[in-house]
Design a binder for this molecule. Structure first.
Ligand code: AMP
Length: 434
């Protein structure tokens, strides 16, 4: 199928060709015609399927068709869960709208408000925003959505998981009732269905078969390792030149900083991505990782949500994830678009409960490996965990999550509890358990 039969504006087709796209992805072929026809839509599709273009291209086509007099004021609002995703969506919109006289702005926390207030007040055509900051700025009467024609909720399931529903409700209440509402989610849960009843009118549903499950396509290994040897094992593995572009996941922000420091001390260029870093630092970290200026990016789960970086050769779970869905999400950062990728998980005695839960979920065991040439008995600890723990107990542990399924004192661990508390302390049901 070609883009030319989907009814898109000629200038947008030109931008799509310049982006190097030769044919629409399945979500694009299925979603673009009903959106152009004016329908509300629910798109069930994951990141990486081309869903951003699936909603942006038809919206831009409809904006391009508006009479010139109707062009002032914000007409499109896209809500997304994380700053990284907001920036990624904005970059995509700018690329697809490059031949149109449209303005685009982003709104998210962690940076100064004034440029965002200015952009909102000037009636920027397309606003891409995280719900929390947008609501703050709406409270300051910075936003004018009287002309709004399109609302997009991207990664709606993730926004619900992150507790944004009350903010989204308040934002939507302030929008014109007559509008087109598009909602994208990786899963169609009961919560998402009730959201569509609340915000949409007779939506068309477009469901794209799940992308190949990374648990089936990515080569996965487990390295069993005592906790104090994790830094030395990471350094040992990074001696392999095949580890060209490595995404390392830690569970907590301070651990990400510590791992990065240790690598830098050994001359390995790396950057960190977590929510304590400023927006500029996070964007620079991603840019340096994408360009190859740094070889290793150390990230926490939330900060890495939705990031789209091609060519990651290895994902290393330095800390084993608490939830199976985090594992699937993490390893899906490699092997994108059928590229080859390896996912390595460090597993300590404390992690066996989670590892068993994961293996049950994916329906098979993960190969245990010993790192060749690594001396498991003689390697010197690169840090003293007791020291770290005492530092944490002196007041640095506010972000330490409550782990469901912590091993029992006997050493027997139990699988994660259903409906356990998330690290944010809210009741949280990962989608794989629903
Ligand atoms: P998304 O699911 O929106 O995050 O898109 C994932 C990636 O696919 C992005 O890097 C897009 O630039 C790319 N992409 C989107 N549509 C197409 C297409 N029709 N052909 C090739 N690549 C595409």
């Amino acid at each position: 199928m070609s883009f030319s039969i989907l009814g898109l504006d000629a200038k947008i087709l030109q931008a799509v060709t310049e982006a190097g796209y030769t044919e629409p992805t399945p979500i694009q072929s299925a979603a673009i015609p009903p959106i152009i026809a004016g329908n509300d839509l629910i798109g069930i599709a994951q990141t990486g399927t081309g869903k951003t273009a699936a909603f942006t291209l038809p919206i831009l086509t409809k904006l391009a068709a508006l009479p010139p007099g109707q062009r002032r004021g914000t007409k499109v609002l896209v809500l997304a869960p994380t700053r990284e995703l907001v920036v990624q969506i904005e970059e995509n919109i700018r690329a697809y709208a490059k031949h149109l006289p449209l303005t685009v702005a982003t709104v998210f926390g962690g940076v100064g408000e004034h440029p965002q207030i200015r952009a909102l007040r000037s009636g920027t055509d397309v606003v891409v925003a995280c719900p929390g900051r947008l609501l703050d700025l709406m409270g300051q009467r910075a936003a004018d959505f009287l002309q709004l024609k399109f609302l997009v909720l991207d990664e709606a399931d993730r926004m619900l998981d992150m507790g944004f529903l009350p903010s989204i409700r308040r934002i939507v209440q302030a929008l014109p009732k007559v509008r087109q509402t598009l909602m994208f989610s990786a899963t169609l849960s009961k919560e998402i269905e009730s959201l569509t009843h609340e915000f949409q009118r007779a939506p068309k549903i477009v469901q794209i078969g799940r992308r190949a499950n990374p648990a089936e396509t990515v080569t996965q290994f487990v390295y069993e390792v005592p906790k104090h040897l994790k830094p030395a094992l990471l350094l040992h593995l990074l001696n392999d030149p095949k580890m060209e572009m490595v995404l390392v996941f830690s569970r907590m922000k301070h651990a990400a900083d510590r791992v990065a420091r240790q690598l830098e001390q050994k001359g390995i260029r790396c950057a960190t991505l977590h929510s304590n870093r400023s927006q500029n630092q996070r964007l620079k970290a991603l840019k340096d990782f994408k360009s190859g200026a740094v070889r290793v990016l150390v990230a926490t789960d939330i900060a890495a949500r939705g990031i789209d970086v091609d060519g990651i050769s290895h994902v290393i779970n330095y800390d084993f994830p608490m939830h199976v869905e985090d594992y699937i999400h993490r390893i899906g950062r490699t092997g994108r678009a059928n590229a080859i990728g390896d996912a390595i998980s460090f597993v300590t005695n404390e992690d066996h409960g989670e590892l068993r839960a994961l293996e049950r979920f994916i329906g098979r065991g993960i190969v245990r490996k010993k790192a060749e040439g690594f001396n498991y008995t003689a390697a010197a600890p690169a840090y003293n965990p007791a020291e770290e723990d005492s530092r944490l107990s002196r007041g640095h542990n506010q972000n330490r999550p409550q782990r469901p399924g912590r091993p029992q004192p006997s050493g027997q661990s139990r699988p994660p509890q259903r409906g356990g508390q998330s690290s944010q302390g809210r009741s949280y049901q990962p989608s794989w358990r629903r």
